[in-house]
Design a binder for this molecule. Sequence first.
Ligand SMILES: C[S@@+](CC[C@H](N)C(=O)[O-])C[C@H]1O[C@@H](n2cnc3c(N)ncnc32)[C@H](O)[C@@H]1O
Length: 386
Amino acid sequence: MKTEFLNSINKSISNKTFVKLTLSRPKNKTDLKNVYCKLSLIKQKLHLTFIFRHLTKDITKNFLIDEGIIQLEQLLGDVFFEGHLFTTEKDITIQFFRNKTPIIKDKKASFSKQLPLGHDKEKKRLISTTNNNYLKDLSVLTESGEVRKDKTDKFRQINKFVELIAPFFEKFDKTKSIKIIDMGSGKGYLTFALYDYLVNNRKLNISLRGIEQRENLVSFCNKIAEKSKFDNLKFEAGQIKSIQLQGIDVLIALHACDTATDDAIFRGINAEASIIIVAPCCQKQLRNQIKPTNALKSILKYGILKERQSELLTDGLRAMILEAYGYKTNVFEFIQTEHTPKNIMIVGIKKKISVADKEKILDQIKQIKNLYDIEYHYLEKLFKNN
Ligand SMILES: C[S@@+](CC[C@H](N)C(=O)[O-])C[C@H]1O[C@@H](n2cnc3c(N)ncnc32)[C@H](O)[C@@H]1O
């Protein structure tokens, strides 16, 4: 039955009757709700574009037709219990069941025409390349405004970042001045883009400080901010740990290396920021401490698994500490892994929390540390030392 359904998809693509395809009814409880597939022309080649619809985000992936069919073969029946193929000749549904053979049903076609082919250039980005001088100064765009070939991932990452965090600014009043601090702003790619979007698209009253330890980058970024007439965007030389903070609303730290992310979270919690957004990287702090004496030893003897586990624990404990200190926290993928390996984002939104919750979470942290024989998590220690 599955082969018959896959053949129908293949046939509808080759005889130009394919309209669209959806996969639904996930087999297991997961945050992946359904998948939508359409045809796209990318670099002159026909592709199947998959939109994986998760609870909090959509992930789009393009596959050449043969690869797409392989993906569908893996998803149908194993991940999703239902597939709907829409062609201009008929609609075909396949249904899977736990202990029964799947069934296929045909229905009168819902569509009489194929959909226009999607195109790789059609995506409307929040950060546009048109008249974008700061992206030229940052060498993301050429002088004529095209994305440089070696900066495609950076451009995509900038847009994805703005797209992801834009919804968090909905809670702010347009008349209020929103104070944002970007810890470890580096060359400022994301800082400029965020400021540009919030001020020029969303018309919010933003004051944004980028904090960076490398003075050359600070003066480089300040020159671009001045040239772009971004009046409330300032870069300052300093350390995340010690920079002066007054009444911040949003703290951001993107790819601030290793424990600099913890310093940033610590500063954000203490300053009672309403929103804390971090994208950690180089999570090394726990690696040498993980020395389980229990059965986990047999897994963590493999270097790569220990490294992954150390990243997971570092970020997992960060998320729990944020929860313990009164933040409703979410951890999600920032951008597909083929674009950057630094792809986890942790977002904490300040809420009221009872002391009982805090004690419960701190106790769970203790249990996790015991399981892996971890002595201390740097962020936890910052709270203990202060
Ligand atoms: C990997 S870069 C990321 C830059 C930028 N946030 C981005 O995502 O494109 C990390 C930056 O954080 C800065 N940094 C790391 N630790 C810092 C600290 N303790 N205080 C201030 N800046 C720091 C580094 O100098 C570097 O420029």
